[in-house]
Design a protein around this ligand. Structure first.
Ligand SMILES: Nc1ncnc2c1ncn2[C@@H]1O[C@H](COP(=O)(O)OP(=O)(O)OP(=O)(O)O)[C@@H](O)[C@H]1O
Ligand SMILES: [Mg+2]
Length: 254
């Protein structure tokens, strides 16, 4: 697929195949087109050319309102949480799509409404406990350390039990310890929740450890794609940035 903004090509003929059950990393320097790619898959941008396939269904423009129906959830590069609400309520928000507003007005106070509410709360509690957030579930999100806020965003995405989970820099700006914890949670999201994961991340060490396959973007083009070992050894990748004045390739920030 391709995408341009006022003559600037954000993506040029980029193809990304994601196999069910894998953790698929997308890496590349700033401005390479990584977020644009996720934005197309989650329906925020419409490609100039190309389409998105979920299983056997293809879309020119992914309908954002139907993302949850297609089993797709995402997190954002910049946190998109309600800072003044509790952790629990933020996670619950992930399920807001389940009942249409019109229907909700009609059934409010009814046994059906109470049952949906109870199911949603149970689902939120489950994912909160899964991500070890129970202790802080009543805290206002804005008062939590950044790493925990990132984990809340992961919880809000996971609560819909997505088949495909899109994570745009889930570890950006967190401490080393938080990063290790979060990456374990991402792995668990795949192993225990069965989510297929597309992960954008700058920390090569984390990417190599966590992902099954890595695609490398540079100036809107895909310059490499393969297992972490293949990508690490790819001359085009080394040229693009791996070779740049960094010795320690386990903590290399691209
Ligand atoms: N909404 C937009 N309007 C105009 N230009 C955009 C828009 N979104 C992205 N771009 C441009 O498209 C290119 C790719 O941006 P994108 O955000 O996808 O990069 P990225 O790989 O996610 O970078 P980063 O690592 O900094 O997050 C950049 O040149 C960017 O300026
Ligand atoms: Mg980005």
């Amino acid at each position: 697929m391709s995408l341009t903004f006022g003559g600037v090509a954000a993506l040029l003929d980029v193809d990304l195949h994601v196999a069910e059950g894998e953790i698929r990393a997308v890496i590349g320097p700033n401005g390479a087109g990584k977020s644009s790619l996720l934005n197309i898959v989650s329906g925020l941008y419409r490609p100039d050319q190309g389409e998105v396939w979920f299983g056997d269904r293809s879309f020119r423009e992914v309908p954002t309102s139907k993302l949850a129906t297609h089993g797709v959830a995402r997190t954002f590069q910049n946190l998109a949480l309600f800072k003044g609400l509790s952790v629990f309520d933020n996670v619950l928000m992930g399920l807001a799509h389940r009942v249409r507003a019109g229907l909700l007005r009609q059934i409010v106070g009814s046994p059906l409404a109470r049952r949906i509410e109870a199911e949603n709360r149970a689902a939120a509690e489950e994912v909160i406990s899964f991500l070890h957030l129970s202790e802080v579930q009543d805290r206002m999100v804005g008062t939590l350390p950044y790493g925990l806020q990132k984990r809340v965003e992961l919880a809000r995405a996971l609560v819909v039990r997505p088949k495909l989970l899109l994570l745009d820099e889930p570890f950006a700006g967190v401490t080393v310890t938080e990063k290790q914890e979060l990456s374990q949670h991402v792995r668990n999201a795949r192993d225990s929740f069965g989510a297929t994961i597309v992960l954008i991340e700058h920390d090569i060490g984390v990417v190599m450890e966590l992902s099954d396959r890595v695609a490398v973007l540079d100036y809107g083009r895909k310059i490499a794609d393969g297992t972490p070992d293949q990508v690490r050894a790819d001359p085009a990748v080394i040229d693009a940035y791996l070779g740049v004045a960094h010795e320690d390739d386990t903590e290399l920030a691209i």
